[in-house]
Design a binder for this molecule. Structure first.
Ligand SMILES: *[C@@H]1O[C@H](CO)[C@@H](O)[C@H](O)[C@H]1NC(C)=O
Ligand SMILES: *[C@@H]1O[C@H](CO)[C@@H](O)[C@H](O)[C@H]1NC(C)=O
Ligand SMILES: *[C@@H]1O[C@H](CO)[C@@H](O)[C@H](O)[C@H]1NC(C)=O
Ligand SMILES: *[C@@H]1O[C@H](CO)[C@@H](O)[C@H](O)[C@H]1NC(C)=O
Ligand SMILES: *[C@@H]1O[C@H](CO)[C@@H](O)[C@H](O)[C@H]1NC(C)=O
Ligand SMILES: *[C@@H]1O[C@H](CO)[C@@H](O)[C@H](O)[C@H]1NC(C)=O
Ligand SMILES: *[C@@H]1O[C@H](CO)[C@@H](O)[C@H](O)[C@H]1NC(C)=O
Ligand SMILES: *[C@@H]1O[C@H](CO)[C@@H](O)[C@H](O)[C@H]1NC(C)=O
Ligand SMILES: *[C@@H]1O[C@H](CO)[C@@H](O)[C@H](O)[C@H]1NC(C)=O
Ligand SMILES: *[C@@H]1O[C@H](CO)[C@@H](O)[C@H](O)[C@H]1NC(C)=O
Length: 817
């Protein structure tokens, strides 16, 4: 049986089957078709000029049916239909715009490489690897595109910080830390979009912004109003999006379901215009914004109650800067763009602006170019699932594994030992993929890997992830019997997407009770017991404190080669060096803070969030053990010049080089291993309260042999060490700074900054956002409407250093330990 059909996201399945609108992707015919003499097909014209020429020949009825994800095109002028909803979170994925061949017998386009899901990729802390993964995904995507099986843009990456352990979509993200997310995002986007004049594919940073709740105790993403201070917004929720827009110049954005401080994100001119398009200057490529699917219909009374009719909803969204509306046919009513126009709520100028942005986006991906002029049009099926892609999927799975406990049992000498492979993902391992998956070429589960190694093993599925413990549990007898026969027990459990996923948040972060009860039984058998936990973090305290649990490995969602990676780690063929990209919280945490609380800092009777503000972790952010020991040393930071920022010419002062921090790592044990160097900053500079510490940089040093020393360096910018004030401005403060290597702070250097404060970035301040009806005849001038009224003028960016009386100097640099 072909097991993969169940992988399709429920919604996407329905939409693929249900719509019937789009027969398949096709490039417009610029040679013989009606568009051939239109400037849109003229390679010598500017992308903006080409888009304008296309929109000029569309009549209003044609325009109105091309502002939704299932765009109908315009047959009269030779513009093909286009499905905007394509997914590729960790490999080309099933979605309305992407069609796999379902015959499932190895035929062309019946699969694509399935890398570890984002949280596991992030755990490797290796951005060069993320770049390579991005390249493979975009190459395979181009093969699907050229075969008419996908559109040119993909709704990935998901860069919302994973701040609450209950969030169902946390595993789609690179974790809880903005610096980690920014590094991951920069590398992935470079791999996906490429650096040439034609975008390899168009990536979409989502979900803008403040989105990290699905469905929790009556709070639902479709009507949740995230109340976020300017300080938290600027410091925590937005930096990944700033990376996307300002620094990586990504092709597109998605606005989110939730409201931000009273305004649905897809209606927010503050988010989309003041911050994204104006402050981050995200206009160079006429970039476009899509709504999340049905986010605009969520304006209606039944959800946000922000507008009364679908026509008003569509008008407000488009006038506010959304350019295309994703609809879910199964969640009626559909959006009413025709009504919005007909009722003069939506101007033709706004419509044209949106269409120009959308088609200029496609133009920049070569949509209207002849095959001969594009570097990507010759990519085909033979470029999918190459040996290199297979090796990278395996390698990234290995590198993302995190060793959380080891009493010396690992690495295991396996010669002639038999294994009990127990648990719901030991075999076949479909759960290893996680959310937004495609069809992998294969699934190398632990059982598969054991077979390849000719090992003696006894496999038992155990309880499903969600199961509750009960006296009559059918899985107990067979699992205990398998364990009885084996020399070593390996339990493959944790959470999967039945426990936490899109539309499903958790209420408990304890180990699911049936699994914990089984592990406790297995732990009494007097045999080595290794627990490999899939999915999100659960409170491991009962396993960490049980001396009979020999080792714990967190595997996240390790992708198509996950089982093989785990078995190779257990038997010492490879060594662990991944680190937790999130905090592992104690189970009681969920009773101490509501999921709806967006503040990061602790309050009276309420703990803070993330490692920066919460110190009572079971296992901290950045935690991860090795098969060997390392000693580390930090050397004094080297500033680029004595006067720090004055020689810097970047238009964004936060990107000015601040210092290079050299470090050395010596392997004092017996096993060759990678080492992830995490550099944390602490000190009492800037506004109180002060975070416990803040990640400012990281690097993965590879293949350090026993007895050898590796050198590395971490580059800091002015923004790395700045703090965010109450208004969200990014400021460099005088004070005493400490930099520590690794979670235990084994080595430290310190320095002081003397001089006056310097503002690096003035954060746009929110205006009051009255719920006005859109003014339909507003001119659609570039840069968005001003209908929410003018706020205080922002200080000119050129004044950024004027606040200081005296330029900051670095003094007192010393090695502390
Ligand atoms: C393009 O060609 C069509 C006939 O194929 C003609 O009717 C139309 O006027 C041409 N347009 C331009 C701008 O040359
Ligand atoms: C636009 O063109 C289509 C196709 O020729 C036609 O059916 C429609 O009536 C036109 N709409 C307008 C407003 O002219
Ligand atoms: C196998 O794949 C080929 C090519 O797609 C197809 O023609 C054939 O029907 C498939 N066979 C089965 C049994 O699915
Ligand atoms: C914004 O981007 C445009 C296009 O790249 C550029 O010409 C302009 O100088 C930028 N403006 C600012 C303030 O950086
Ligand atoms: C929506 O808001 C209006 C006031 O603007 C209120 O009268 C109405 O009851 C609300 N509807 C729902 C479903 O909450
Ligand atoms: C447009 O509005 C008129 C009334 O002003 C109405 O009769 C007509 O049905 C509307 N058309 C659409 C497509 O909504
Ligand atoms: C497993 O056994 C098969 C058949 O005896 C043999 O071909 C293969 O090389 C063995 N694999 C390993 C890893 O020992
Ligand atoms: C115990 O569970 C099994 C499998 O779920 C079921 O078939 C059986 O009837 C149950 N027995 C009792 C006594 O509840
Ligand atoms: C550990 O295992 C021994 C048997 O080897 C057993 O006596 C003891 O109760 C176990 N302890 C726990 C906490 O499971
Ligand atoms: C690391 O060093 C400690 C103390 O010397 C030692 O007990 C431990 O076994 C070493 N661990 C490894 C993995 O080499």
């Amino acid at each position: 049986m072909w097991p993969f059909r169940s992988l399709l996201p429920r919604l996407a399945t329905v939409a693929v089957v249900g719509s019937g609108l789009v027969s398949g992707f096709q490039f417009p015919d610029c040679v013989n078709g009606p568009l051939s003499n239109n400037t849109v097909c003229d390679l010598k014209a500017t992308p903006a000029g080409r888009a304008a020429a296309l929109v000029k020949v569309m009549n209003i009825s044609e325009k109105l049916v091309n502002l939704v994800d299932m765009s109908r095109g315009a047959q009269r002028i030779g513009l093909p239909p286009y499905a905007w909803w394509n997914e590729a979170l960790h490999g080309v994925a099933a979605s309305p715009g992407v069609s796999f061949d379902w015959s499932g017998n190895g035929s062309a386009f019946s699969y694509a490489t399935s890398f570890p899901n984002t949280i596991s990729m992030a755990a490797a802390f290796d951005d060069e690897m993320i770049y390579k993964i991005g390249e493979v995904i975009s190459t395979e995507a181009r093969a699907f595109i050229n075969a008419g099986r996908s559109g040119l843009e993909f709704w990935t990456p998901n860069v919302n910080p994973y701040k609450d352990p209950r969030w169902g979509r946390g595993h789609e993200t690179p974790g809880e830390d903005p610096v980690r997310i920014k590094g991951f995002t920069k590398a992935l986007l470079a791999g996906l979009e490429g650096t040439g004049s034609i975008r390899k594919v168009i990536a979409t940073c989502k979900h803008f912004a403040g989105y990290d709740l699905e469905r929790w105790k009556g709070a639902v993403r479709h009507r949740f109003n995230a109340v976020i201070s300017s300080q938290d917004l600027s410091e925590y929720y937005l930096p990944p999006f700033q990376q996307c827009a300002r620094d990586s110049k990504v092709g597109s954005f998605m606005c989110s379901y939730n409201a931000l401080n009273g305004t649905p994100a897809c209606a927010s001119t503050y988010l989309m215009d003041d911050i994204l398009r104006k402050h981050w200057n995200w206009t160079e490529h006429n970039n476009f914004i899509t709504s999340d699917c049905n986010a605009v219909q969520d304006f209606l009374p039944i959800q946000h109650n922000f507008t009364q009719t679908p026509a008003e909803a569509a008008a407000i969204a488009l006038e506010a800067g959304t350019d295309t509306i994703c609809e879910v046919p199964e969640w009626p009513p559909l959006s009413d763009i025709v009504g919005a126009y007909n009722q003069t709520l939506l101007s033709e100028a706004t419509i044209d602006k949106a269409l120009k942005r959308l088609y200029e986006g496609l133009i920049r991906a070569g949509y209207f170019d002849p095959a001969s002029s594009s570097p990507y049009r010759s990519i085909g099926w033979s470029d999918v699932n190459t040996p290199e892609a297979q090796a990278l999927a395996y390698k990234s799975a290995v590198d993302g594994l995190v060793l959380l406990k080891n009493d010396g049992t690992l690495p295991l000498k396996l010669q002639r030992k038999s294994l009990a492979l127990i648990g719901f993902w030991a075999n076949p391992g479909l759960q290893m993929l996680g959310g937004y998956s495609g069809i992998p070429p294969y699934l190398h589960s632990a059982v598969y890997a054991a077979q390849q190694l000719n090992m003696t093993y006894y496999a038992q599925p155990g309880p499903p992830a969600r199961a509750e413990a009960s006296a009559n549990s059918s899985w107990i007898a067979p699992t205990l019997s398998a364990a009885d026969r084996a020399d070593v027990i390996v339990y493959f459990g944790g959470t999967d997407t039945t426990v936490a996923s899109e539309d499903t948040d958790r209420e408990s972060i304890a180990w699911p009770s049936a699994q914990l009860s089984l592990i406790n039984r297995l732990a009494t058998l007097g045999k080595p017991l290794i627990v490999v936990h899939l999915g999100d973090q659960v409170d491991d305290t009962p396993l960490l404190t049980n001396p009979n649990v020999s080792a714990i490995i967190w595997a996240g969602y390790p992708g198509q080669s996950g089982g093989a990676a785990v078995l190779d780690l257990i038997r010492g063929k490879v060594a662990p060096a991944g680190r937790l990209p999130v905090t592992q919280y104690p189970a009681k945490y969920v009773d101490q803070i509501p999921m709806t609380e967006m503040a990061l800092r602790p309050k009276t009777n309420q703990p803070g969030r993330t490692y920066r503000w919460y110190s009572d972790a079971v296992l901290p952010f950045g935690y991860g053990l090795h098969y060997t020991n390392f000693t580390t040393a930090l050397l004094p930071p080297i500033p680029p010049s004595p006067s720090l920022l004055s020689g810097c010419t970047t238009p964004h002062p936060d990107l000015c080089p601040f210092a290079t921090v050299p470090l050395t790592v010596t392997n004092t044990g017996q096993v060759k291993s990678d080492y992830v160097a995490l550099l944390f900053l602490s000190g009492t500079f800037g506004p109180a309260p002060y975070p416990i510490k803040t990640l400012v940089g990281y690097t993965r040093l590879r293949g350090i042999e026993p007895g050898k020393t590796a050198k590395g360096e971490i580059h800091l910018t002015a923004g790395s060490i700045a703090r965010t004030d109450a208004s969200g401005n990014l400021v460099l403060y005088p004070g005493v700074y400490r930099l520590a290597l690794d979670v235990d702070g084994g080595s430290e250097v310190g320095f002081a900054l003397e001089g006056g404060e310097q503002v690096l970035d003035w954060f746009p301040q929110p205006k009051t956002q009255p719920k006005t009806q859109p003014q339909a005849q507003q001119t659609g001038e570039e840069g968005g409407s001003e209908r929410e009224g003018k706020g205080d003028e922002l200080p000119n960016l050129e004044d950024w250093d004027k606040k200081s009386s005296e330029e900051l100097r670095m003094v007192d640099v010393k090695v502390l330990k």
